[in-house]
Write a protein that binds this ligand. Sequence first.
Ligand SMILES: [Zn+2]
Length: 258
Amino acid sequence: MNDWQWRLAIFFGVWLTLMLAEHAIGFARNPALWTRAGRHLTMALLGTALTRLLLPLGAIGGAAWAAQQNVGAFHQIAAPVWIEFLLALIALDLAIYWQHRATHAWPPLWRLHRVHHTDAVLDASTALRFHPIEIALSMAYKLAVVVALGIDPLAVLVFEIVLNATALFSHANVQLPERIDRALARLIVTPAMHRVHHAPDALRTNSNYGFCLSIWDRLFGSFRGFRHRPDGEGFGVAGMVADESVVAMLKRPFGGLR
Ligand SMILES: [Zn+2]
């Protein structure tokens, strides 16, 4: 299998497993599961198409180029391969954490990123719900980080797979037993932790930014607890109607800024 086949197989395997879990131990009612899945998958496909068009090299291609040219920090040091691999994964996750904070802090980026937040329901498919321009910008940023750090192409591939899987998991509409959720949250971002980030009020939206590792929020002071049980507050952006069609999502960044 090539890297894309691996990525797709693991992605759909994780998504399907989570859908079964959502059916069995759902957190909130979700009558539009398949409609939402279709809409959000369409957004992801549009984002992938735009990114391939603008940046055909991709992050893995960029990593291969950096290795060939011997550029980037990791290519200048001689550490054991497994240490470099681990450091690369941690560094990429840290970079994504700060990227996510920037999308909330800087109004032009928030215009794009709020498409992800104007979702009135939260389920695994929300992890696919990003504006195509945000996907392309995110790839440009990742490409720059990968080249600057000289990250190994295999580490980039593993990171992409892990990030996709953990993003699906943290958005999943599942109510894990509190004990298990808390135990997992020591290392990774859990559904109860990420639900805080999708609360309608700005205070909580601007917290719990992590996608994969949960340590960054605790380390940089953006951790704001969990939502273990339904609290009647739902999800979305206060003062904004939820976007319920692909066209509405595509147009959202160009509407009025809150
Ligand atoms: Zn966000």
